[in-house]
Design a protein around this ligand. Structure first.
Ligand code: NOJ
Length: 529
């Protein structure tokens, strides 16, 4: 059944909107808290949609808001067809979709198909059912090898990927032990997740972000990985539990479901692969629409590295007819300001990276707070850390909470506008964040926020279909044309370049006719008549 057309988006009605969309990631726990429990929620998102419309994005992706014990911030789903009471109700979800559509914003939700929560009824049934039962066959239960686990696989969060149950069998969990992996060779599993897709599509969402899209299928026989630093090498080499051929058949069947809606719905893969060519396999024309370009996110702040990643990405995606999907940050990685050097240098580079990213052909994902230039919070007290990585690494890795601190909206208030005054947010906000709030940056032409607003407004006028053409430039400078846009980024010492009428620069620059003095770590956009 197609969703009620009365909730359809009023913006660009094109079925191909996603090919050049800018999509804003809302990490629901940290965006806006409407009821003062310190945790962000769906009514909070509804109340702040105006910010996203004003920013100029095309869509939002909302991280999981389903009933969950929150062992992994909601990526441990206990019920795929409801809303956790901490985040609101199904009616709030419907209202959010309708409000977003009325503002011309599309809504993408997360689907978590690699694992359920241990609190999911399926896993609870599996625990009390005997080995070999249909209840256990929805997961990957196996006998051990001697006293040890069935193989040498490691959890992404640290420690072994297997946990033993009282009758002696072990179950697989590539993440926390409270996130058992489901068995995608079981047809019941396949049917269930298609039904979940339909549930949210019928509610009116425009698409899905697929969690651990590269992990659903495991190599036959669950062979040893044969490596004792599996997550150190996960991005560079083949592992028997990631990026297996069998995942593609699943996405072909999902594409048929997405295409059966009018207009067709979309999906983006969270697929960590060893190179751009492997990522491009997820976006072949009968599979998914987008796959995050994590090779771009992982690149160093260097002209050579970024040029190599951009060129490699376009070379891999163009032949399959898919757009590239650029991403600099998300809720799993250190914030880009800090990754690029932190402090004023990090902010300066992140500003230049923003203009570079928004000038590239394809689609872009922004992570909440990126538009405010927020840094990683590196000094959260141990007592507030919630990421399971902290526990599973025996307190040797602090995990991802530093990029998940609730974002500041106002200059004052106990939660800087994230929550009603008097509320203590679930992670403490640094005192200096009042100056980084939306209110403090609005109308300040030098602010990161106004840079994003201007860049996103100008981007709407670009010829989105135009291809990128590299121009010769001085060492340490990247220069390209794309349709009517010229873009240069200087990673090295201050350099003079030739440009057309300036549209935007990431820092103040001296310009003399067609000559622009481009300082280090600065980007410029100009018009090509
Ligand atoms: C990727 C999600 O982005 C991350 O936050 C989560 O911990 C893992 N998948 C497991 O679901």
């Amino acid at each position: 059944m197609s969703p009620d057309s009365s909730t359809a988006v009023t913006g660009d009605p094109g079925a191909h909107w996603w090919r050049h969309a800018v999509i804003y990631q809302v990490y629901v726990r940290s965006f806006a808290d409407s009821d003062g429990d310190g945790i962000g929620d769906l009514p909070g998102i509804r109340s702040r949609l105006g910010h996203l419309a004003h920013l100029g994005v095309d869509a939002l992706w909302i991280t999981p808001f389903y009933p969950s014990p929150m062992a992994d911030g909601g990526y441990d789903v206990a019920d795929y067809r409801d809303v956790d009471p901490a985040f609101g109700t199904l009616d709030d979800a419907r209202g959010l979709v309708a409000d977003a559509h009325a503002l011309g914003l599309r809504v993408i939700v997360d689907i978590v198909p690699n694992h359920t929560s241990a609190a999911h009824p399926w896993f609870q049934q599996a625990l009390t059912a005997p080995p070999g039962s249909p209840e256990r066959a929805r997961y990957l239960f196996r006998p051990g090898r001697g006293d040890g686990p069935p193989n040498d696989w490691e959890s992404v969060f640290g420690g072994p990927a297997w946990t033993r149950v009282p009758d002696g069998e072990w179950y697989l969990h590539l993440f926390d032990s409270s996130q058992p992996d489901v068995d995608w060779s079981n047809p019941e599993v396949r049917t269930e997740y298609v039904d979940v897709l339909r549930f949210w599509l019928d509610l009116g969402v425009d698409g899905f972000r697929i969690d651990v899209a590269h992990g659903l299928v495991k190599a036959d026989g669950l062979p040893d990985a044969g490596d004792n630093d599996q997550h150190g090498v996960a991005d560079t080499q083949r592992l028997p539990y990631f990026d297996q051929e069998g995942v593609h058949e699943i996405y072909r069947s999902w594409r048929a479901v997405l295409d059966s809606y009018s207009p067709p719905r979309v999906a983006v893969a969270e697929a960590w692969t060893r190179d751009a060519a492997r990522t491009a396999r997820y976006v072949r024309s009968d599979e998914l629409h987008q796959a995050f370009n994590f090779h771009y996110l992982r690149a160093d702040w260097s002209a050579a590295d970024l040029r190599a990643v951009i060129t490699g990405t376009l070379a891999a995606t163009t032949p399959v007819g898919a757009p590239a999907t650029w991403v600099l940050s998300n809720h799993d990685v250190q914030r880009v300001v800090t990754r690029y050097g932190d402090g004023p240098v990090g902010v300066r580079r992140a500003r230049a990276a923003t203009l570079l990213t928004l000038a590239l052909p394809g689609s872009v994902y922004l992570y909440q707070g990126e538009e405010l230039g927020l840094p990683e919070v590196l000094d959260l007290p141990d007592s507030v850390l919630q990421d399971p990585i902290w526990r599973r690494s025996n307190h040797t890795e602090r995990g991802r909470d530093g990029c998940r601190v609730p974002i500041p909206w106002t200059r004052s208030g106990t939660a800087l506008g994230f929550a009603p005054d008097g509320t203590t947010p679930w992670l403490p906000q640094p005192s200096g964040w009042s100056d980084l709030s939306v209110a403090a940056q609005t109308d300040d032409p030098a602010s990161v926020l106004e840079l994003y607003r201007t860049a996103l407004r100008l981007r709407r006028d670009f010829d989105q279909a135009a291809e990128l053409e590299w121009l010769e430039s001085a060492p340490g400078v990247l220069t390209f044309h794309r349709g009517g846009l010229g873009c240069a980024v200087n990673f090295g010492p201050d350099t003079e370049i030739l440009c057309g009428p300036l549209l935007l620069t990431s820092e103040q620059c001296e310009v003399d006719g067609a000559k622009l003095l481009l300082p280090q770590d600065t980007a410029a956009w100009w018009a090509i008549p």
